[in-house]
Structures are given as structure tokens and as C-alpha cells.
Design a binder for this molecule. Structure first.
Ligand code: SF4
Length: 456
């Protein structure tokens, strides 16, 4: 008889992009829903072995299924293996959920995965006897070894089978079907604030042929847009060129979004990207203060050149999205101001200002507790000397987002920044009381949903 395996990505009222931010997960204030590629790939590995009966519940994709509905759905079912994808911002509720599943399925082999689980491994091993195993590597690589008995790496993995989930829910803000793909994993750079470096060991890249075959499948599923989740899309210029040329040669017609370092591109590469269908390039600028970036081993290109490339990309019809970080420990008000001024100077189509997150986890030597993570926040409780305090940083992030949005429309600034910011803050305040009480949390989330504070 086949063993029954359940892959679970829970949802607690907030939209968490669980394979983002080095798989620590990122709570999004936007309403776009992203798949969790690593979890989906792990499920695909089990399906392909033919020895397991696999079920995947992606609660956010399944009509934003709250935990009480989820528990009801599985209460009369039994699984031999349950694998739960945890995130930093939801870890308290993830653990409560797993405890409840343990009561329902005393015999199940329950595993937890994600970077948050890896960070908490020492504590979980001692204190969470309801969990059988803490998976510390990306769960798809774990699945490969579990199923085949051989150690594999990213390039050995199959592409995820989207038909295992309700993939039609993976919509962008304009309601287009956006499916994600990953051509390379890891990054050859070493920015000190980067959580990916704590999770993906090496930089590896798939062959162009394999990626293009997968793109064809996603187009058949109806994807309006394919987003590459590579941390550094054009890290290997030769291979990137080969991939783009293969996309063009094979006649792939879709909108492509990727994330890269802009200074790694040039005009020829941008033209090739445009021809291949790239519609938006996202890239980190992080700070307007070069010395600050230098201290974090993050050396960006010369501003004048980055500006030329932004203008060139936009001139040929590729949108640009720049990411900035506010609140580095050494950051002063003036440094933050220079970051905003740089954003205005670069004048990208979109910007995103993020709060600095202290990602220096000493996983080998420190026993972190779940209280390291603040419920439903994209930051930790870790204390470190910082010139600006949390309030000041959050104010600046909010101010910069709204100021940038106001350049085009006051209405958009109200709708996309002011309203989202305040609704979200109030929802976090309310729901964080119930992180350990999933039934009340579900009720409260349902009320907030009706009032339009979440899930708008
Ligand atoms: S370039 Fe991006 S992905 Fe690479 S180490 Fe720096 S922050 Fe991380």
C-alpha cells in the first residue's frame, strides 16, 4: 500500500510569500498570491517516485482557508507523513497547528521545514516532541534524498507540478495568472544582510533547455506571466544569453519578470531580454549611502551607469522595480534621506522600501526560541544597536512609499499605501493575540475579512 503524504502550507489571515526572503517567508501587504515552489517541487518528487499518495494543501490558494477550516478538512483523514512549511512571521501559529495535527494523527511522521525551522532547530529538538523531524535543507532537496536514497542538489530536481494545487489562484495584483519558475538557485555574491545565503548553500543553474520546456508547460496551463524566482537571474552572463536566445528560438510568447543586479546588464543584454519577452526587471539598490553598502559587502554599480540602464530599459518598454532598505543599524536620518533621493533620481517604474531585517543568525551556536520572530511581522525581536528605532524606521518606510506613489496619483498613494498600511497594522494588532488559539484566530480573521482589513 502506498504511503500517504500531506504537504501543508497554512494561512492565518495574512498573505505570506513563503519561499521568499531565503524561505524565511515575507508577509506581503499586497494581495498577489505566490506559490511556494520549493514545497511544490518536494511534493512533485514524492509523486514521481510512484510509491506515495500525495496531497498538497496550499491554504492561501484554496480560497484563503483559515486554520479552523483546514483542520476540519483533514480531521477524518490520516497521513503517514505530514510536511508543514513554516515561516518566521507565522511560526507561533505553525507550531500550534502542528500540535493540533499531532493530536489528530498520533502515528504520523510530522516534519517542519523552511528557514525559520532551521533557525529554531536546537529549540525544537528539545521542546517540540510533537515534531518528528526538523528539515534544515530546502525541502525539495530533502525530498529527493528521502525518496531516492541519493544526495541530490538543485539541478537534479524535477520542475514543480502545478496541477497538484489550485494554481489558478496564483494571481498578481491585476488578477493575471502569474506562475513562478526557478532557473538558478543561490547567489555568488555575499551581501551580509541576505537571508538566502543562510539557506541555499551553492549557486547552481539549470540548463536552458530544461527551463524552456518548463516555460512551455506553464504557458499551456494558461500563465499570463512567468516570474523567475532566481535570486540573481543574470549572474552567469553566458548562460543567461543562452537562455534568452533559446526562449526566442522556441517562439515562447509570454511576459517574463526577473530579479537581478542591474549593473550586471548592458544595453545589448537588455535588448535581448526585451526580445525574449522580459516585461519587468526587479533589482536591489538598497541604499543611497555607498559606504554603508560597502560595510555590508554589497557593492552596487556606479549610480550614473545604473541610471543609464534604468532609462534604457524603460525606453525599450521594460518596467523596472527597485528595492531599498531603510534602517540599517548605522543608518542616520540623512542616510535615509539620501536613499529616498536616489530613488527619485533613478525614477524606476516601481519601488519597494523594506525595513532592514537583521539576518545574522548564529544557527550553529545559539538556541533561538520562537519568540525570536514577531507574530505577523517581517522582523525579529533580536536586539542590536541601531541609530534609528523601530518606530522611526517604520515611519520612514511608510513615508517614502507614500511619497513615491504620490508622484503619479494621490489616490493611488491613499489606496496602495495609506489604507494598506493602516489596515495591516490594525489587523496585526488584533490577530497577534490569537497566535496560539487557531479557532479564535480564524473567527477574528473572518471578521476582519468582512470589514475589508485583510484579503481585500
Ligand atoms: S545579490 Fe541579492 S541574493 Fe545575492 S547575496 Fe546580495 S542580496 Fe543576496
Amino acid at each position: 500500500m502506498k504511503k500517504r503524504v500531506l504537504f501543508l502550507r497554512p494561512y492565518y489571515g495574512f498573505n505570506v510569500h513563503t519561499d521568499a526572503h531565503g524561505e524565511l517567508g515575507m508577509k506581503l501587504d499586497k494581495h498577489d498570491i505566490y506559490p511556494d515552489l520549493t514545497l511544490l517541487t518536494a511534493a512533485t518528487v514524492f509523486v514521481e517516485s510512484k510509491e506515495y499518495e500525495v496531497r498538497v494543501i496550499d491554504a492561501i490558494a484554496q480560497e484563503r482557508m483559515l486554520p479552523d477550516e483546514l483542520l476540519k478538512k483533514i480531521e477524518n483523514d490520516t497521513f503517514d507523513i505530514v510536511i508543514v512549511k513554516a515561516a518566521g512571521s507565522t511560526i507561533h501559529s505553525d507550531l500550534t497547528l502542528i500540535r493540533t495535527i499531532r493530536e489528530m494523527m498520533p502515528q504520523a511522521d510530522i516534519k517542519i521545514c523552511g528557514l525559520a525551522a532551521k533557525i529554531l532547530k536546537k529549540w525544537l529538538d528539545k521542546n517540540a516532541s510533537y515534531i518528528n523531524e526538523v528539515i534544515t535543507e530546502p525541502v525539495d532537496e530533502y525530498a529527493y534524498e528521502y525518496v531516492t536514497g541519493k544526495k541530490g542538489s538543485f539541478v537534479d530536481l524535477p520542475m514543480p507540478d502545478y496541477t497538484l494545487v489550485d494554481y489558478k489562484s496564483y494571481r498578481d495584483a491585476k488578477k493575471g495568472l502569474r506562475l513562478t519558475i526557478i532557473g538558478s538557485r543561490g547567489c555568488p555574491m555575499s551581501c551580509m544582510y541576505c537571508p538566502y545565503k543562510q539557506y541555499y548553500e551553492a549557486y547552481e543553474q539549470r540548463e536552458a533547455k530544461q527551463i524552456v520546456a518548463e516555460m512551455k508547460k506553464l504557458i499551456k496551463l494558461g500563465a499570463d506571466e512567468i516570474q523567475f524566482r532566481d535570486q540573481y537571474f543574470s549572474a552567469n552572463k553566458e548562460k543567461t544569453r543562452e537562455l534568452l536566445e533559446t526562449i526566442i528560438k522556441e517562439g515562447i510568447k509570454t511576459k517574463i519578470v526577473c530579479e537581478t543586479r542591474l549593473e550586471s546588464l548592458d544595453e545589448d543584454m537588455l535588448l535581448l531580454m526585451k526580445k525574449a519577452g522580459v516585461s519587468m526587471i526587479c533589482f536591489g539598490v538598497e541604499s543611497g549611502d555607498d559606504m554603508l553598502l560597502y560595510n555590508y559587502n554589497s557593492v552596487k554599480g556606479v549610480t550614473k551607469r545604473v541610471k543609464e540602464l534604468v532609462d534604457f530599459a524603460q525606453g525599450i518598454g521594460i518596467e523596472t522595480m527597485a528595492f531599498y532598505i531603510i534602517g540599517f543599524p548605522e543608518e542616520t536620518w540623512d542616510m535615509a534621506k539620501s536613499t529616498y533621493e536616489l530613488a527619485e533620481f533613478l525614477d524606476t517604474t516601481y519601488v519597494h522600501f523594506n525595513e532592514y531585517e537583521h539576518c545574522h543568525f548564529d544557527i550553529d551556536n545559539t538556541e533561538y526560541t520562537p519568540d525570536l520572530f514577531l507574530p505577523f511581522e517581517n522582523r525579529t525581536s533580536m536586539e542590536y544597536p541601531s541609530i534609528l528605532d523601530v518606530d522611526e524606521i517604520q515611519y520612514l518606510v511608510y513615508l517614502f512609499e507614500i511619497r513615491y506613489a504620490m508622484r503619479t496619483s494621490y489616490e493611488a498613494a491613499y489606496r496602495d499605501c495609506y489604507k494598506v498600511f493602516y489596515d495591516n497594522r490594525r489587523a496585526v494588532e488584533k490577530l497577534s493575540h490569537f497566535v496560539d488559539d487557531l479557532y479564535h484566530l480564524s473567527e477574528c480573521a473572518r471578521e476582519l475579512r468582512e470589514e475589508g482589513w485583510i484579503d481585500a
